[in-house]
Write a new protein. Structure first.
Length: 314
């Protein structure tokens, strides 16, 4: 099966690329309007962002303090819609909750997406942590670790093998075959620990998405992951990062919950620091931005992304 060009262009040793979470909107603590998302997705594509990321959330849960509940729309449906209105930017899930989606259905859906948008899909998967979603589907949340492994094994086999023989708690495949098969192998990215051991995470999947930490702490996670995964295969490290890009280019860096605020000089420097420790991709959440997101995207395009690329080339 062909090598996934979207993966190789987005993930390279010693290089940091950037992505945006949907919705691309400064909605704060309000429910997002979801207006102008196509225009902003195209703007991000032209600005040099390499991926748009979609969350997999079913129900609004006020205890999560997440008025967007992901991006309100179903992640795979909305990803397909945005993909149809863009041409080259990668489309990522951060992350599909596999215990809540049957692996055969998921394989059918993502293989279809890969055929419709060749070599653009990045499949982040997780075990999930939203109790209300598990309760709504009558799936026991305390069994999500086992369910994740069973779903992963079933999904991996049914999407990659022709007429596989599968006997699983998830179902049986006998003298039948999933169509379509993806034209290129879809990259699978683990999110957090997925209720598994660190050794299991390092062994499986094509990369690892882990929670934001300061560089001096994140570097230890990256080293541990790469040591466990082994030197024979490059596996990228991905992390989310909320930012507030100030209009004052000289504003110094300061902490906000899980992320940073600062002018473009300070934000560029912290991104270069993450790049130097081995982070390969950062996805930004602009929901707390105090500026129009278009202005933020343009500033990334004109200053921050070129500076990162220049740092890599030198």
């Amino acid at each position: 099966m062909n090598k996934h060009k979207g993966f190789t262009s987005m993930f390279q040793k010693g290089r940091l690329t950037l992505g945006l979470n949907l919705p691309i909107e400064a909605h704060g603590n309000n429910v997002p309007t979801l207006e102008h998302q196509i225009e902003r997705a195209r703007l991000a594509e032209e600005a040099g962002f390499t991926c748009l990321w979609f969350q997999d959330v079913l129900l609004e849960d006020p205890t999560f303090e997440d008025p967007a509940t992901g991006q309100i729309f179903d992640s795979l449906i909305y990803l397909t819609y945005i993909g149809a209105h863009t041409s080259k930017i990668n489309l990522g899930t951060a992350a599909i909750v596999t215990p809540l989606r049957h692996p055969l259905r998921l394989a059918k859906e993502v293989a279809s997406i890969e055929r419709l948008f060749p070599e653009r899909l990045m499949l982040g998967i997780s075990s999930g942590d939203r109790r209300k979603d598990f309760e709504g589907l009558n799936v026991p949340i305390m069994e999500r670790g086992r369910l994740f492994r069973e779903a992963y094994d079933y999904f991996t086999q049914v999407i990659s093998e022709e007429f596989p023989a599968i006997e699983s708690p998830m179902g049986k495949i006998d003298k039948s075959n999933l169509v379509p098969k993806p034209s290129s192998r879809i990259p699978v990215l683990m999110t957090g620990y997925c209720q598994q051991t660190f050794d299991w995470i390092a062994e499986h999947g094509d990369g690892w998405m882990f929670y934001p930490q300061p560089p001096d702490k994140q570097v230890d996670m990256i080293r541990s992951y790469r040591n466990k995964a082994g030197p024979e295969t490059f596996r990228p490290f991905i992390m989310p990062l909320p930012i507030q890009l100030s209009a004052d280019k000289d504003e110094p860096l300061s902490k906000i919950p899980a992320g940073y605020r600062g002018g473009r000089k300070a934000i560029t420097e912290i991104l270069k620091e993450y790049q130097s420790i081995g982070v390969n991709h950062i996805m930004f959440n602009l929901s707390k931005s105090e500026r129009p997101v278009e202005a933020v995207i343009h500033e990334f395009q004109d200053y921050i992304i070129p500076s990162l690329e220049e740092d890599t080339s030198t």
